[in-house]
Ligand binder design. Structure first.
Ligand code: HEC
Length: 179
């Protein structure tokens, strides 16, 4: 290879490397711009439910979370992982209980109107929050009281939701429908 063509090859390689670097540097910027677009779109729709069906919320969120929580609440956790598990489930149920309050029962013919719906959703939220805080403090007596109270609020809504086909009554201890 002549000296000139060697220089040409080196220059061409340099240019390619430079272009490749620009492409790589550009990619994250494009990603960020798309994400920004997406998040501004989200602010206008974030309060709309993703799934309308209460049944789906109970089956996919409440039931599996309560099942895991119940197993953890049968005796005082002996390690950090047990307390962490209780905190996680309590937070999940408390936050989702709060979200239920903004929803409407979809059967359209509720005993006692919608008030029981909002009240019991709010109670699941508040007792779930107490359970979450008690688990942070590793206070099993308060945690147990909050767990029972939350379960009573789940059941109160279930008992009132007769037109849904009598949702199950949950038992916080011993055998139950979520086991
Ligand atoms: C605001 C009312 C309300 C509250 C509060 C509520 N539920 Fe429900 N739940 C329902 C209704 C309505 C159904 C029946 C849904 C259907 O099948 O159409 C149901 C059904 C269920 C079912 C049966 C679903 C299945 O797939 O077997 C489980 C389990 C359940 N709920 C768990 C819970 C738990 C656990 C809590 C409390 C942490 C809770 N629910 C709180 C209204 C409520």
């Amino acid at each position: 290879m002549t000296q000139i063509s060697t220089i040409a090859v080196v220059c061409a390689a340099g240019v390619l490397l430079f272009l490749a670097k620009i492409a790589v540097a550009d990619a994250p910027n494009k990603q960020t711009a798309e994400e920004n677009d997406d998040s501004s779109r989200l602010t206008t729709v974030q309060l709309e439910p993703i799934e309308e069906s209460i049944s789906a919320h109970m089956e996919h969120i409440f039931k599996p979370s309560y099942r895991r929580l119940k197993a953890l609440m049968q005796e005082e956790p002996g390690d950090v992982a047990g307390w962490k598990g209780i905190r996680a489930e309590a937070l999940l149920l408390a936050e989702n209980g709060g979200h239920l309050a903004a929803r409407r029962p979809s059967d359209g013919g509720i005993r006692d109107g919608v008030e029981y719906w909002r009240t019991n959703s709010g109670k699941v939220r508040n007792h779930g929050a107490d359970l979450y805080r008690a688990a942070k403090e590793k206070d099993f007596d308060t945690a147990t009281r909050s767990f029972r109270a939350m379960t009573n609020s789940c059941n109160a809504c279930h008992e009132a939701s007769v037109l849904f086909g009598s949702p199950p009554l949950l038992s916080p201890f011993g055998a139950g429908v979520t086991d």
